[in-house]
Design a protein around this ligand. Sequence first.
Ligand SMILES: Cc1cc2nc3c(=O)[nH]c(=O)nc-3n(C[C@H](O)[C@H](O)[C@H](O)COP(=O)(O)O)c2cc1C
Length: 214
Amino acid sequence: MRDGKIAAMRQDYKVGELLESSAPPEPWELFSSWFEIARQARILEPNAMILSTVSEDGQPTSRVVLLKDFNHRGLVFFTNYLSQKGKHLTNNPRASILFWWEPLQRQIRIEGEVGKIDVEESDTYFQSRPHGSCLGAWVSKQSQTIADRTVLEKRQIEFEKKFADGNVTRPDYWGGYRLIPRKFEFWQGRSNRLHDRLLYSMKQDTWTLVRLAP
Ligand SMILES: Cc1cc2nc3c(=O)[nH]c(=O)nc-3n(C[C@H](O)[C@H](O)[C@H](O)COP(=O)(O)O)c2cc1C
């Protein structure tokens, strides 16, 4: 153990509670209300979520992506379909998403299947992005090894010339995914590590709700 300082780091959680009496029958309503509260809290990017996928040889890996839309159909994020996560999802479309909103002492875990969204939906979102971000989708062959930063700088110049008219089209390898949840676990930190955990699971087209021990 280093100097014991890490081992001594701990917080008691006291800001809220999550009781069955306030849990709606379906998780979307709770997700939506927690998300809205997170938006109003002083959190820099409440839509930043940890997406975990699994490689062909069974190795899980996680990274942050940004939630860009959600409704009863699922949660949408955008990325490069040829990236590491894109390859994982082609091979195994199951993924998990995690939000940790520290000031609220809340965690949400979501699991489900991921599929590509319609090309029209990806086009609409792509065109709403700042010019530099649109170019970035062309410049970066996401997750590939590159010799150094000049590789990016050269490609940036190349694509600035290519799209000199300012109209950047969406590369077909870049677009959105939608995760369709089958499980939502809402976690509210409580005192003495006796946290609240409510788990919604989809079974035969119906959401069931149980409480888990912390
Ligand atoms: C706050 C934050 C937001 C991010 N948002 C996205 C995103 O929306 N889409 C994306 O492809 N990568 C995003 N990234 C970068 C990813 O975490 C990751 O580095 C990249 O997608 C490559 O992951 P992969 O090699 O596993 O495919 C974000 C990173 C951070 C820290």
